[in-house]
Design a protein around this ligand. Structure first.
Ligand code: NAD
Length: 382
């Protein structure tokens, strides 16, 4: 099979821009992928950020103006990783250029921005658009999703999806754009981490019917550039208690996004418990998935049992990596890109895909409901 050549450009060469650039270099690890991406161009307004990309010899264009990327007919796909207040304009411009877009979450700074991007998409159906959310591509997460889809849980009693950090435990950590409403958005930590906790529930059909939110702004100021305290006016932690429905039966779904959860470093957790079975996965123990069932044991009794499955390296797209080897964050990024480009090519089939724009837009409606819920101390219907 001859793979389809796709030229990729990155706009925003910061933390995530570099991560994606590195992941694409590992593309040969994928077996029989129908697409062969090549990173050819990078844009960052900060020339110093562009220097790192000298590491990658396929990069022929380095620019400080993304208009150069949009004007380049050789580029097929653009990945954009910039501040949230810049999403609407840059995503809209990429889509209007006809190129495909892998957008970063939260897909616009708020619901109005997300809707504006959807409106541009409607005018440019030739642009294939998805939103970044890589944690569900851990093999353990895939096993948990498939376990739920298999029906093994029976009637669902409860489910939880969490994304937990402790990156802000140090109150002397200087302010950055992610901690300021004007750049991050009023949803604060939900804008930062919420997509990670809603991608799987929404894909399982668990859009919430109502939300009761508990939001915390734990550290209200942080040192500014000269050390003087400046407002750190975003929510640090958000716990959303929702009612969702699985096969017609209502159940409580909890999503947690926390910047300050002592002991956690990028921990993504998923749990779903039903009358017939249960499943749990945490990236804290990335090899291990726990499943629950009631089993017959020798002696004639029936017992409740949590069992542990060691998952290996294989996720949505097969790789040359030994099946028993461990998987990590950069593997999940590679798998998300494999799914994104396979879906764009029309070859993903029924495998798990990157987050859809409508799902990302729905997360903003959920965050808005959460803000109202918190302000008025009541559950809000969606
Ligand atoms: N998927 C994930 O796990 C994950 C993790 C972290 C961040 N993110 C998301 O990625 C996006 C970027 O976050 P980050 O941590 O990479 O930020 P960052 O601050 O490290 O990098 C952003 C880069 O964008 C550049 N930039 C700013 N304006 C620009 C413009 N007009 N044109 C080109 N470049 C411009 C900046 O100079 C900077 O280098 C955000 O949407 C964030 O929520 C996703």
């Amino acid at each position: 099979m001859t793979a389809q050549r796709v030229n990729v450009a990155i706009v925003g060469g910061g933390l995530m821009g570099r991560e994606i650039a590195a992941a694409i270099q590992r593309w040969p690890a994928l077996i029989d992928h129908p697409v062969r991406p090549r990173l050819t161009a990078v844009c960052d307004i900060n020339p110093a950020a562009l220097e790192w990309f000298d590491e990658i010899d396929t990069v022929v264009t380095k620019t400080t103006d993304y208009a150069d990327i949009l004007a380049d007919d050789s580029i097929d796909v653009v990945y954009v990783a910039v501040r949230h207040d810049l999403h609407e304009k840059i995503y809209s411009d990429v889509i209007a250029s006809g190129k495909s877009l892998l957008a970063e979450k939260p897909f616009g700074i708020d619901g109005a921005a997300a809707q504006a991007v959807l409106a541009v998409m409607a005018e440019h159906p030739e642009s294939f658009v998805r939103c970044s959310s890589e944690m569900p591509f851990f093999p353990g997460a895939q096993l948990a999703i498939d376990y739920v889809k298999s029906g093994a849980l029976g009637t669902i009693i409860s489910a939880r999806n969490s994304f937990l950090h402790s990156s802000d435990l140090d109150v002397t950590k200087p302010i950055n754009w992610k901690r300021q409403t004007q750049f991050c958005g009023e949803a604060g930590v939900m804008n930062d981490l919420g997509m990670h906790t809603w991608h799987v529930p929404l894909r399982l059909g668990w859009a919430p019917e109502s939300v009761y939110a508990v939001l915390q702004d734990i550290v209200p100021t942080r040192p500014g550039p000269d050390g003087t305290p400046v407002p750190c006016d975003t929510w640090d932690n958000a716990v959303l208690h929702s009612w969702s429905r699985h096969e017609g039966v209502r159940f409580p779904l909890t999503t947690e996004t926390k910047r300050i959860d002592p002991g956690q470093k990028n921990t993504w957790e998923f749990e779903a418990i039903g009358l017939d079975g249960g499943v749990r996965f945490s990236t804290k123990n990335p090899k291990s998935v726990q499943v629950f069932s009631v089993v017959d044991v020798p002696g004639g009794s029936r017992e409740q049992v949590w069992q542990q499955i060691d998952v290996g390296s294989q996720s949505v797209w097969p790789t040359v990596t030994g099946g028993i080897f461990e998987s990590g964050f950069s593997d999940s990024i590679l798998q998300m890109w494999a799914a994104f480009l396979a879906e764009r090519h029309g070859s993903l089939g029924d495998r798990f895909g990157a987050a859809r724009p409508e799902e990302a837009a729905l997360t903003h409606a959920i965050y808005r409901a959460a803000a109202v819920s918190h302000a008025e101390a009541r559950a809000v219907t969606l």
